[in-house]
Ligand binder design. Structure first.
Ligand code: CAA
Length: 698
C-alpha cells in the first residue's frame, strides 16, 4: 500500500498517511506528502486540504531511524514551509500522539482540529535534538514563549484540552474519527469564509521585550543547573531567543543550523540508542510463545524497604496486596512507612486524599502465611540469605496453589537453588526491583533454568502494568546489574588502594554524567550489605585474587553510610552534601602501608578509563554467558537502575562510541599488572579482530 493516499470530496482534498506503526515521517512519507501537496495546490476546484494519518496516531514525528544516515528526500522543514504557503486552507486533523515533526506538520497547517484522545508535544529534547522543522518558531507563535519553552525542554505531552486553551489547536472534535472530523471542520471553515492563516505570521504571542528576555533568562538559569551536561536544551533556548530577533525565514535557517549541530552530537546517538534499547528489551524468545496469566491479588513477604516499596508499586498498578511480616511491631512499621509515603504525595498534590484512601484500602498485612492461599503472585523480599529464602519458599509451596507464581526479589542469590525447594519450579522467577521500588523504573526479570515461558510473560506483563522497564537476565551472582557493579566496584577499590582518593573517583564518575559516585552509592545502599556479601563469598575467594580491605575497615567502625550518618561521607542536618569523612583518607593510607603499596597519582582520564573498562569487561562476559541476551539490555539496566547517563547510551553503547579497540588495549594493559582480574574477554577480542562493535550483536 502506498504511504500517501488522497481523494477529493467535493471541494475538499483528503490526504491520508499510512506508515505503521506510528506514522513516523520517513523519507517515503516526505517524498509522497510533498508531491501530493504540490499536485493538489494546482487543482483550482479544491478549496481546502485536510491532512490525516488514520489508524494508530497522527504522525508521531520524524523517523528516528533515519537520523545520522544520508537520506535522499526533501527535509521536513521544506514540506512544512510549502504547506504553510498554500493559498488554500490546510487543516490538520489530529488524534493519538502528534509529536515532534508530526506536530510541526500540524502547526504549519492553517487550522488544527484534534480528537479528544489527542496529546501533542515536541519531545525532541529527549532524543538530544531540537524541533528542526520550524517547531521552535511556530510553537511560541501559537502558545507563547513560556509554554513553548516548557514543552520543548521537558518533552511533555499536552492533552487536547490544554492544547486548545493555549492556542496550539483550534478545536476539539466530539469523537476520535479523524477523517470525518477533518472533513467536517474544513467544510465549516470554507463555508464561513475563513482564509489560510500562516502560523509564521501570528505575532501577538511573541515579542522581543524586556519581559521576554527575563523569562528566557529564567529558563537559561534552570537549564544551566538541570541540563548542565546536555547540549540540546541550550540549543532550543538559543533558537527561540535568537529567533525573536530575526525574520521568520532567517529564524528557520538558524534553527536548522542548531538542529544539525544536535544531530552531529554524540548525545543524540546515545539518546536515540536508549530510545530503541528501551523498546528492544521486551523482544525476548519467551514472549513469542508464552501466555501471561491474569494477576489480581499479590502477596508480599517482608515489610522492609524493598517489601514496602514493592507493595506500593503493586498497589499503584491497581493490585490488591497482602503483606506478611513476622510480628505486629514490624507490621505497624511497614504500614507507617507506606502511609507516610502516600501522605507526602498528598502534601505535594501528586494524589488526592481520596486516591490515597482508595489505594490504602487495597493493602492489608498479617503474620499469618495461610492468608496467601488465594494469591496469584507472591513476591518474597526477606533478608538476603539462601536458608531464609528457602524456608519461605517451602512454606509457599505448601500454602499457595500450584499455579501461583512465586517470585524472589533477591539481588544476588541463585534463583535455581531457590526454585529447587518447590514442587513446580516452572512458576519460580526472580523479580529484582531497585530501591525505592515504588519509584525506580528498572526491573530485572531473572529467568531460572525451569522457569516457564508463561511465567516469564506474566512477569513482563506485570512490569508493564507497574510501568517498569523490564530486562531479562539469566541466573548468576548479581544478575546483570549487580554483577557488573561488583566488578567495577572492586576495580575502583584497587585504584584507591593504589593511591586514588575515593572522593576523586566519585567526582570523575559524576563529571562523566552519572547520577552518583560509586562511594556515594555504597553510602546510600548501606555499606553493611556489601560487607555481608564479601563475607559470604570469602570462602570461595581464590588465594591469588587481589582483595582490598579498605571497605572492611570502614564497616568495622560501624560506618555504613547514610543510615549511620557516617560512611565515606558525613551526613546530618548541619552537614553539607558530599562532605568527605576525613578519617577515610587515614584508613586508605594505613591500608596502603599494610599492603606494601607505594601510592601513585591518578588523573581523571585514568580513573574514567578503568571505570568504563571494568563495566565493559564484565558486560562482555555476561553476554558470552548469555546472562544478558544483547548488549542493549545491559545499557537499559545501567541507564534505568544505576544512574548511567542516558545521553551516553549506556556502557556498551559508550564503548562502541569510543571504540572497542581502545577498551581492549586498556584491558590488556591492566592485565599485565593483574592478569586474574583483567584477562581480556574472548568476545571482546573477537569483536575487535573482526572490526565489529556491540551494536552488531543487538
Ligand atoms: N521513528 C521511528 N520509529 C518509531 C518512532 C519514530 N519517531 N516512534 C515510535 N517508533 C517505533 C518504536 O520503535 C516501536 O517499534 P517496535 O514496535 O519495532 O519496537 C513502535 O514504533 C511503537 O512504539 P512504542 O512501543 O513506543 O509505542 P507506544 O504506543 O508506547 O508509544 C509513541 C508511541 C508515544 C509515539 C512513542 O513511540 C514515542 O514517544 N515515539 C517517539 C516520538 C518522538 O520522539 N517524536 C519526535 C521525533 S524527532 C522529530 O520529529 C524531529 C524533527 O523535528 C523533524
Amino acid at each position: 500500500m502506498s504511504v500517501i493516499k488522497h481523494k477529493i470530496i467535493e471541494e475538499i482534498a483528503l490526504i491520508e498517511i499510512y506508515n505503521p506503526p506510528v506514522n513516523a515521517i520517513s523519507a517515503a512519507v516526505r517524498v509522497g506528502l510533498l508531491e501530493t501537496i504540490e499536485n493538489l495546490s494546482l487543482n483550482e476546484k479544491i478549496r481546502a486540504i485536510v491532512i490525516t494519518a488514520p489508524e494508530r496516531t497522527f504522525l508521531a514525528g520524524a523517523d528516528i531511524k533515519e537520523f545520522g544516515k544520508k537520506v535522499d528526500a526533501p527535509i521536513l522543514g521544506k514540506i512544512c514551509d510549502k504547506i504553510e504557503s498554500l493559498n488554500k486552507i490546510v487543516v490538520a486533523s489530529l488524534h493519538g500522539t502528534p509529536l515532534g515533526g508530526g506536530l510541526e506538520v500540524a502547526m504549519s497547517a492553517h487550522y488544527r482540529i484534534a480528537a479528544p484522545n489527542t496529546k501533542v508535544g515536541l519531545p525532541e529534547v529527549l532524543l538530544g535534538i531540537l524541533p528542526g522543522a520550524g517547531g521552535t518558531q511556530r510553537l511560541p507563535r501559537l502558545c507563547g514563549v513560556d509554554m513553548a519553552l516548557d514543552m520543548m525542554l521537558t518533552g511533555k505531552h499536552v492533552p487536547a484540552k490544554e492544547a486548545l486553551s493555549s492556542g496550539i489547536i483550534d478545536e476539539i472534535a466530539k469523537n476520535n474519527n479523524t477523517i470525518d472530523n477533518g472533513i467536517e471542520y474544513a467544510k465549516k471553515l470554507v463555508k464561513e469564509g475563513f482564509r489560510p492563516r500562516p502560523t509564521s505570521q501570528i505575532q501577538n504571542k511573541i515579542s522581543d521585550t524586556e519581559e521576554t528576555s527575563e523569562l528566557i533568562l529564567k529558563f537559561k538559569d534552570t537549564a544551566s543547573k538541570k541540563y548542565k551536561n546536555l547540549f540540546s536544551p541550550h540549543a532550543i533556548i538559543r533558537s527561540v531567543e535568537e529567533g525573536l530577533k530575526l525574520d521568520f525565514a532567517e529564524a528557520i535557517l538558524n534553527e536548522r543550523k542548531l538542529f544539525e549541530e544536535c544531530i552531529e552530537s554524540p548525545q543524540r546517538q546515545g539518546l536515540i540508542h536508549s530510545f530503541f534499547a528501551e523498546r528492544a528489551n521486551t523482544k525476548i524468545p519467551e514472549l513469542k510463545e508464552g501466555k501471561p496469566i491474569e494477576l489480581n491479588k499479590i502477596g508480599i513477604i517482608g515489610g522492609g524497604t524493598m517489601g514496602t516499596g514493592i507493595s506500593m508499586a503493586a498497589m499503584n498498578a491497581g493490585f490488591n496486596v497482602i503483606m506478611i511480616e513476622q510480628n505486629d511491631e514490624a507490621i505497624q512499621k511497614a504500614k507507617a512507612k507506606i502511609t507516610s509515603t502516600y501522605d507526602r504525595s498528598v502534601k505535594l498534590n501528586r494524589i488526592t486524599t481520596e486516591q490515597k484512601n482508595k489505594t490504602m484500602d487495597m493493602f492489608s498485612a498479617t503474620t499469618n502465611f495461610s492468608e496467601l492461599k488465594d494469591r496469584d503472585l507472591i513476591i518474597e523480599a526477606v533478608f538476603e540469605n539462601m536458608d531464609v529464602k528457602k524456608e519461605v519458599f517451602v512454606k509457599l509451596n505448601q500454602i499457595c496453589s500450584q499455579d501461583c507464581i512465586l517470585a524472589s526479589n533477591t539481588s544476588y542469590l541463585n534463583v535455581n537453588e531457590i526454585a529447587s525447594v518447590v514442587d513446580n519450579p516452572s512458576r519460580v522467577i526472580g523479580l529484582h526491583f531497585f530501591s525505592p521500588a515504588n519509584i525506580m523504573k528498572l526491573l530485572e526479570v531473572v529467568v531460572a533454568e525451569k522457569t516457564s515461558k508463561d511465567t516469564v510473560s506474566t512477569a513482563f506483563n506485570l512490569a508493564k502494568q507497574m510501568r517498569k522497564v523490564p530486562v531479562r537476565s539469566g541466573v548468576c551472582d548479581g544478575f546483570i546489574g549487580n554483577r557488573i557493579l561488583s566488578k567495577y566496584l572492586v576495580g575502583m577499590y584497587h585504584m584507591v588502594e593504589d593511591g586514588a582518593s575515593p572522593f576523586h573517583v566519585d567526582k570523575v564518575i559524576r563529571d562523566f554524567g552519572c547520577a552518583m559516585g560509586i562511594f556515594q552509592v555504597i553510602d546510600l545502599a548501606g555499606g553493611d550489605i556489601g560487607w555481608a556479601t564479601r563475607k559470604r563469598k570469602a570462602p570461595f575467594r581464590h588465594k591469588d585474587d587481589r582483595y582490598v580491605q579498605i571497605p572492611d575497615r570502614v564497616c568495622e567502625r560501624g560506618w555504613f553510610g547514610q543510615k549511620t550518618s557516617k560512611g565515606y561521607y558525613l551526613y546530618g542536618e548541619n552537614v553539607d552534601f558530599l562532605t568527605p569523612n576525613p578519617e577515610i583518607e587515614v584508613i586508605c593510607e594505613q591500608e596502603r602501608k599494610r599492603a606494601g603499596i607505594t601510592p601513585k597519582k591518578f588523573d581523571d582520564k585514568e580513573i574514567l578509563d578503568k571505570y568504563i573498562a571494568a563495566m565493559v569487561y564484565e558486560g562482555t562476559k555476561i553476554l558470552s554467558e548469555q546472562i544478558a541476551l544483547k548488549p542493549s539490555d545491559i545499557d537499559v539496566v545501567f541507564t534505568n537502575g544505576y544512574g548511567f547517563p542516558k545521553w551516553r547510551g549506556g556502557p556498551m553503547k559508550y564503548a562502541d562510541m569510543i571504540g572497542l579497540d581502545k577498551i581492549l588495549k586498556n584491558i590488556q594493559k591492566y592485565s599485565e599488572e593483574d592478569p586474574r582480574f583483567w584477562t581480556p574477554p574472548k568476545l571482546l577480542e573477537d569483536l575487535v579482530k573482526q572490526n565489529k562493535n556491540f551494536d552488531s550483536l543487538n
